[in-house]
Design a binder for this molecule. Sequence first.
Ligand SMILES: NC(=O)c1ccc[n+]([C@@H]2O[C@H](COP(=O)([O-])OP(=O)(O)OC[C@H]3O[C@@H](n4cnc5c(N)ncnc54)[C@H](O)[C@@H]3O)[C@@H](O)[C@H]2O)c1
Length: 358
Amino acid sequence: MVKKDERRLRVGVLGCGPIAQAAHFESCTKAHNADLYAICDVADDLRQRMAATHAPEKSFADYDAMLADPDLEAVIIATSDAFHVAAAKKALDAGKHVLCEKPLATSVEAAEELGRAVRASGRILQVGHMKRFDAGLEAAKAFIADGMGEMVALKAWYCDSTHRYPMTDAVQPLMVSSAQAKKPAGNPKADLDRYYMLAHGSHLVDVARYFAGELVAVEARLSKRGGMHCWFVDVEFANGVLGQLDLTVAVRMDWHEGFQIYGANGSILGKTFNPWYFKSSEVDIFDEREGASRRVLGADGHFYRRQLEGFASVILDGAPMTGADIEDGIASVRAMVAIAQSAKSGKPVRLANASGEV
Ligand SMILES: NC(=O)c1ccc[n+]([C@@H]2O[C@H](COP(=O)([O-])OP(=O)(O)OC[C@H]3O[C@@H](n4cnc5c(N)ncnc54)[C@H](O)[C@@H]3O)[C@@H](O)[C@H]2O)c1
């Protein structure tokens, strides 16, 4: 049973595409401290169908009209990556808080531009790196802060599976699409190096930063054989921690995602599931002092609803932001650009020198 708080954030979702259908509409409806106040999509057929299913108070074809609604407090931006920055800036200009899908932007310059707008606005912007709301990752983060001691090294891998669609088709709601949907010009999948980095690399980089902090340099190699894209990336964090990242699309096996962290007083080994199972990562936290591992259950694996609840409580209760903030979003874009540039040049790239498009 969903128990709703008395004071709830009135949220409007921009975009009625697959991510809104699979995650955000339900998150707003189930969140204890938020409501699905409005939805917006230029595609009339899609918007009307979603309004009938999810029953928002209001439904808009025009984004400006939604933003002009004085009762709307925040927007979830669930559009193509290419539209994130312009849509987020508009929302901030209208005085609304923003939960923006990942990746924040597709270029360092656009991300920085949005950063300036956020800092000037006094509004909250959180990036939809929902893995930060996985109870397994949260337990690992807590152990890093108060038990593991000095971190030495981190490995993280994100390997999409050739079997993902039979699995997601089975567990997600039936997706509704529309010929009227607004899409960026050109086919985003025409350049798969870029598409995979933006879609999947953004998650991997954010998880690495969530655990080990600021990334300063990367050295990447990209192998394209057997119909696969496989990036192996040596990374260096500002605190001197060394890391290795593996981004592979797609392995010939089940979804393969996880991380391993070595610290002075313990180690962490995490296995992450495809998010659409709504199952928290299995994270074994080995504490050297106890000579034993523990693992949180994390029964509530609705990462998307939990990220919205976190966002709403920053706004409504002044709670600290535990999601990815604007600086995290910018840093992830820089990291993706640096990895892509390093893979092309064969040379290490410092994030401070990264510029341009992913
Ligand atoms: N966090 C995750 O796990 C996860 C998973 C999948 C996708 N995503 C992200 O979600 C985002 C959206 O993905 P998608 O596949 O749902 O996108 P999509 O392009 O299929 O759907 C977006 C919808 O937004 C509408 N739209 C776009 N601009 C509009 C505007 N100005 N006014 C009104 N309507 C507008 C379009 O008509 C379309 O229906 C992407 O950035 C993607 O990276 C995140």
